[in-house]
Design a protein around this ligand. Sequence first.
Ligand code: ADP
Length: 164
Amino acid sequence: MTRVGLYPGSFDPIHNGHTDIIGRAVKLVDKLVLGVAVDTGKSMMFSLEERVAIVEEAIAPFRVSTEIVVLPYKGLTTLFAREIGAGIMVRGLRAVSDFEFEFSITAMNQQLDRDIETVFLMADPRHLAIASKLVKEIALLGGDVTKFVSPSVKDRLSAKANRS
Ligand code: ADP
């Protein structure tokens, strides 16, 4: 039986905290689907097409060992998980604030679909503070984001910052 995992997120943009979770999640499943949320309620810096393209670039090194697919999705994450045959949902946990949010989402998801198990991976201490929102803010204010994102994402952030 193929174990399919879903790692959903807005990935606006993908950063080192996300890629660390991906690198660890591929060890747990046979196939990992990265679900790039179309509508998250948050205001996005990157378009859906850009976010998908950036995620594709970032996962290239992990493709060697495990099948990884990047798919945009909208609507309920549990419905998307079922659609793609994922029995495992992967989430990253940074802090207590993440825990409270994730705890309520997971509790609701359990009510929606009992066959999908959420697996939490604790953020690597080196990446605990990284959040897309902060990375965007730093980039827009002209700060150096080298430590938080890949060189390609850094360039894309600089291009957005120069345009604004
Ligand atoms: P962000 O919170 O950075 O905007 P997303 O909404 O795309 O990111 O989050 C997708 C998933 O990645 C969530 O489970 C989130 O908790 C996790 N995640 C985000 N940042 C990190 C990090 N620095 N380390 C580990 N997991 C993270």
